[in-house]
Design a protein around this ligand. Structure first.
Ligand SMILES: [Zn+2]
Length: 379
């Protein structure tokens, strides 16, 4: 099968992170079996999703892991001109959810499997789930890869970079904070604890801290923006204008440059709650409180100019420069596990997560050329 046919197939599985990716995994498994390659699944706890990895070529040290996530972001509320789960060609562009982020990379790798017959060093394919909701799926697979594979030379994560070499990304910590207040008539503010107003103080703390981080960050960190960001994206709370609110909840994320420790920020936030807010709240009503739950924590990818992965990607792309990106990816998790890792894949991040997401034919070709050079280097 050609890359484009496989891409059409992969796009047709609506693998939005909240849903199962098993049909897609089944397809990849079947395709690899047709080429006499066995694969291993690493399922989630409920068995509704799975990572999949497979080795092509000899089981030896010095192989390359090609890594990508199989899940995509939702399409709800986005004005698509075509069915997002039907690959639609218009001129130079191929439209569909996941075309650039990041099913094209998987499609190319799979399409080139028949060309991997004479490999002297292995290619390992590694496909994950739940990347888009905080890189939750990959760690289970990464620890198996670490245990089961003869030491690979490098990991190439195929997030869309237009085939430029990306050597660093920010980390992400995602959190939900729940404030429990105490109800009273809104005229009796001295008798109640407002969850909404407490949340507003917490958000103000977050904003102040974000400003401090912005001012103290080195301007040459190489990221855009160059500082660690903190952002509150969702808030729900209260039931009526004249009721002091019992409940307020907000979701926030910290996107950190490699020098900043996001857990320190969370710790300081926690200290502010414990020392400054909770004692006063509980004086009025003992059942009140503030709880913060971390639901995603993926490390930054740290720029290592001498890394084997960086050297290899520069060689294969003939790029002389490298870049850093602000979004989070699984690359930091691979690096943390001890694998030299780089990001390099077809398509542009500018089209990712958008309505009418697309990839250009020329990007597919560039991706194919890149992987063909890699196959040559390993044969
Ligand atoms: Zn992605």
């Amino acid at each position: 099968m050609q890359s484009i046919e496989i891409l059409e197939k992969l796009v047709s599985f609506p693998t939005v992170s909240k849903d199962s990716n098993l049909e897609l995994i089944e397809f990849i498994d079947g395709y690899l079996s047709e080429h006499e390659i066995s694969s291993t699944r690493v399922p989630n706890k409920k068995g509704t999703k799975a990572n999949l990895y497979a080795t092509i070529g000899p089981m030896e040290e010095g192989g390359i892991i090609l890594s990508g996530h199989t899940d995509v972001v939702p399409v709800e509320g986005q004005p698509w001109d075509t069915d997002p789960f039907v690959l639609t060609e218009k001129g130079e562009r191929l439209y569909g959810r996941g075309t650039c982020d990041m099913k094209a990379y998987a499609a190319i790798a799979l399409a080139l499997v028949p060309e991997m017959k004479r490999l002297k060093k292995p290619v390992h394919l590694a496909f994950s789930y739940d990347e888009e909701i905080g890189c939750l799926g990959a760690p289970g697979m990464i620890s198996e890869l670490k245990e089961n594979l003869p030491r690979p030379r490098a990991v190439i994560v195929g997030e869309p970079t237009e085939m430029k070499v990306v050597t660093a990304h920010k980390g992400i910590v995602a959190l939900t904070t729940t404030v429990t207040g105490h109800e009273a008539h809104s005229s009796q503010t001295h008798r109640g604890v407002s969850a909404v107003m407490t949340a507003s103080r917490l958000i103000q703390w977050i904003e102040n801290r974000a400003e401090t981080l912005r001012q103290s960050a080195p301007t040459d960190s190489g990221f855009e923006p160059h500082f660690t960001t903190i952002h509150v994206g969702v808030i729900h709370g209260g039931t009526a204008i004249n009721i002091i609110s019992r409940h307020c909840e907000f979701c926030w994320d910290i996107r950190s440059i490699p020098n900043d420790d996001p857990q320190q920020i969370v710790q300081d936030f926690e200290d502010f709650c414990q020392k400054e807010l909770i004692p006063n709240m509980q004086e009025i009503a003992p059942e009140t409180g503030i709880q913060t739950r971390c639901f995603a924590d993926a490390p930054a990818l740290v720029h290592e100019p001498e890394s084997e992965a960086v050297r290899l990607a520069k060689e294969l792309t003939a790029e002389t420069t490298t870049r850093k990106v602000p979004y989070a990816a699984e690359a930091g998790q691979f690096q943390q596990a001890g694998f030299p890792t780089v990001i390099c894949g077809p398509g542009s991040i500018d089209q990712a997560h958008q309505p009418n997401e697309y990839i250009e034919h020329s990007q597919l070709e560039k991706g194919e050329n890149f992987l063909r050079s890699l196959i040559r280097a390993l044969s």
